[in-house]
Design a protein around this ligand. Structure first.
Ligand code: ADP
Ligand code: MG
Length: 710
């Protein structure tokens, strides 16, 4: 019997049959959400807790005690002996190795009972409410942009009550805001939460002024992210110092076969990666984050997953969690996930489209044309506010995605241009003209169009109200806008915060116009008239658009240093201050942190390159020259010249890197304008050598080795 063949294997070798478990059975099992709270908390406590979430009032100490006790019991049922305040320092993101992860310190749930006489048995396990709601730590090693000095190091974590705690690896994670001793934010979450408050305040004000959404008590912003990434073998990753240090390959010849023919897009996911994606999907289900899609992407080795959208802060948290879970599960399978925006030159990079919308607690959506008159009015109102925000604060939006990693994407023919424009659809563009000319507010007809297929068995389709435009940084997608310029390794908090901030600015502006006596229609028309130059429905990849955009006065901030220089402009300072998102001091600090992140990323890249050339590439070239039997003297000379060019370019890079100094803006500009071009020259020389060298001598796994389906 043992020798019976099962698919060509003896039954002894046959893989064990895995029990069939329905992953949906675990949905939300490890999430302490309002469903669990409703079941476990006294109804009065629950009611007060939820009221506080809407009103913004603090939770009382008595209620905090009850909630902490219930949460503790729930976490213990899941085997936790630790809890962790989980927060999001502004550590970077432009290619951050492993993605822009959260920070936590595991704290024990066990305490000593010093009231007891017996020192040997004084244990008790509990979650004191003071520790659940607030934590204190040494914040001196987190980026703060000068908001904190080392000798005044205290920093505090405080639970974001609207983001539910969850259990992962027997630790209770509590999503937190992170601020200094003086209440200054030094994290990604706090500004987002403040911007959500701003959208709520200005949105409710606008609804009142425009006489819409009467019963709305609050306004939420929503986010559904689409995460792109590469998966390679961990052994290849570890053998490449550039991947380990910088998240991207600094050298590497494009393989003969890469993404020609677009064979990879939506192709069946290779078996090993499929297993990884399934595992991650289940793990995410367990913490209450169901995935909406998973699929193969354009480049070989590239894939995407995205969840069902949620309230923006929760969704941002789950994105960070997703990257963490991905890293952990991949490591268990001998794989490595690359979240960098451009891990491989010459083939598609990775983005993280941020699908974003704004809606009321009564179910109205500012970006859904809707079937009712009220919905239709809200829709055109919403887009007028967004157009205002994008036109007036165009540079801020660009800054929110300005990182070293993303500079490789924006403007290449695979991602939106660095010019920020709004695509509401071609039908809507015509409507904008008609409203400006005095037309009715309800003049936009959001009707689906019937399209025949031309064959009898596949039925006709209902085409969306507007077409998609993948060359636009801000296209309309039926019920949301998709901010397509966000980088794959970024934390979504900053880009979504800026979307909220500029939207709140538009809402405030329209509310003010109406409050001062304008009627609603005229206010919408006036805002479209003033801001229509930001609306563009053509091809964003074309060169013509660059010229036209310049004529329209739209900035083209095509590098991170250029973008960051605009962050602290007076109008931006004033906006953040008015909306209660950043004080002036915090705005300046954030700029400093962004510069620092950029500079650090580039310096590490340049140093890694030099090191790889000195210790790997140059010795390999020398070996190749010694070993090879060249057919002609000419070939030998050509090879020698190519190899010598590497040494020359590396020397030039060393020289130019050594001149990196001065204030942050100057240092960043030098790295961008002088160091980066020299890095590219060195890379070109090395990649040329790779094409000549005996393949066994190339000291690192090649693109061809790393990218086949796993
Ligand atoms: P695409 O077809 O553009 O690739 P996907 O299906 O991959 O889009 O992802 C779309 C994302 O948008 C999902 O996360 C989805 O839940 C989210 N989404 C859908 N509606 C909204 C909305 N109203 N607000 C925010 N996000 C939304
Ligand atoms: Mg998608």
């Amino acid at each position: 019997k043992d020798n019976q063949l099962v698919f060509g294997l003896s039954s002894r070798d046959a893989p064990a049959i895995e029990p069939i478990v329905d992953p949906l059975n675990v949905l939300g099992d490890d999430l302490f959400d309002d469903k669990v709270m409703s079941l476990k908390l006294p109804p009065a406590v629950m009611k007060r807790f939820q009221e506080c979430l809407i009103s913004g009032q603090p939770t009382s100490e008595e209620d905090m005690k009850v909630i902490a006790k219930i949460m503790f019991g729930w976490a213990r049922e899941r085997g936790c002996i630790d809890f962790a305040h989980w927060f999001f320092p502004t550590r970077g993101g432009g290619g951050a190795v492993g993605g822009m992860l959260g920070a936590y310190k595991q704290d024990t749930l066990i305490d000593l009972d010093f009231g007891s006489k017996f020192v040997t048995k004084p244990m008790k396990a509990c979650l004191p409410h003071e520790r659940l709601f607030q934590g204190e730590t040494d914040g001196s090693s987190f980026p703060n942009g000068g908001l904190r000095v080392t000798h005044s190091a205290a920093a505090f974590t405080t639970w974001d009550r609207s983001s539910p705690p969850f259990v992962l690896n027997k630790t209770l994670y509590i999503p937190c805001a992170f601020i200094t001793h003086f209440g200054k934010c030094i994290d990604e979450k706090t500004p987002l939460l403040r911007s959500m408050d701003a959208v709520k305040k200005e949105g409710l004000r606008l609804l009142k002024a425009a006489d819409l959404g009467k019963n709305a008590q609050t306004i939420y912003s929503y986010l559904g992210w689409e995460q792109e990434f590469f998966v390679i073998k961990a052994e290849h990753y570890k053998a490449r110092p550039d991947l380990v240090n910088t998240g991207r390959t600094l050298f590497g010849k494009l393989p003969t076969r890469h993404q020609q023919g677009d064979l990879n897009y939506f192709a069946p996911v290779p078996g090993t990666v499929q297993k990884l994606l399934d595992k991650v999907q289940t793990a995410m289900l367990q913490v209450g984050c169901p995935m909406a899609v998973k699929h193969n992407e354009v480049a070989p080795g590239q894939h995407e997953m995205s969840p069902v959208f949620r309230v923006a802060n929760v969704s941002c948290d789950t994105n960070v969690l997703f990257m963490e879970v991905m890293n952990r599960e991949a490591a268990k399978m001998g794989l490595q996930v690359l979240f960098h925006e451009k891990p491989f030159a010459g083939i598609n990079g990775s983005g993280k489209h941020a699908n974003w919308s704004i809606g009321t607690d009564t179910g109205l959506n500012f970006f859904y044309p809707g079937k009712t008159e009220e919905g239709a009015k809200l829709f055109v109102t919403g887009i007028a506010c967004l157009a205002h925000g994008l036109a007036k604060y165009n540079e801020l939006v660009r800054c929110s995605v300005a990182t070293a990693g993303n500079d490789h994407r924006l403007g290449a023919q695979e991602a939106p241009p660095a010019i920020i424009s709004l695509y509401p659809g071609q039908g809507f563009e015509q409507y904008v003209e008609s409203v400006i000319a005095g037309g009715d507010l309800l003049g936009y007809k959001a009707e689906k169009k019937k399209q025949e297929t031309g064959c009898s068995q596949a039925m006709h389709i209902e085409a969306n109200v507007e077409d998609r435009n993948r060359t636009a940084p801000f296209p309309f997608c039926g019920n949301r806008f998709e901010f397509r310029a966000v980088g794959s390794s970024q934390n979504c908090n900053l880009p979504v915060m800026v979307c909220n901030a500029i939207m709140a600015a538009g809402m405030a502006h329209m509310a003010e116009l109406i409050e001062k006596g304008s009627n609603h229609r005229d206010a919408v028309a006036a805002m479209f008239k003033e801001n229509k130059h930001v609306i563009f429905t053509g091809n964003g990849y074309s060169d013509q658009w660059k010229q036209d955009a310049a004529k329209r006065g739209l900035p083209n901030l095509n590098t991170t240093p250029k973008a960051l220089a605009t962050w602290t402009e007076e109008k931006n300072q004033a906006l953040f201050e008015k909306m209660g998102i950043y004080s002036r001091e915090e705005t300046n600090a954030r700029q400093e942190v962004m510069y620092e992140n950029y500079i650090t990323a580039l310096k590490i890249e340049a140093d890694t390159m030099i090191n790889m050339v000195d210790t790997g590439i140059v010795p390999a070239c020398a070996k190749d020259l010694k070993k090879s039997n060249f057919s002609s003297k000419k070939t030998a000379a050509a090879r020698k010249a190519a190899y010598e060019a590497i040494v020359q370019e590396a020397d030039k890079l060393k020289a130019v890197v050594s001149k990196t100094e001065g204030p942050l803006a100057k240092e960043a500009a030098h790295l961008c304008d002088a160091v980066k071009p020299q890095m590219e020259k060195l890379r070109a020389a090395v990649d040329k050598a790779e094409a000549l060298m005996e393949s066994g001598l190339y000291p690192y796994p090649s693109y061809e080795t790393m990218l086949p389906p796993l």
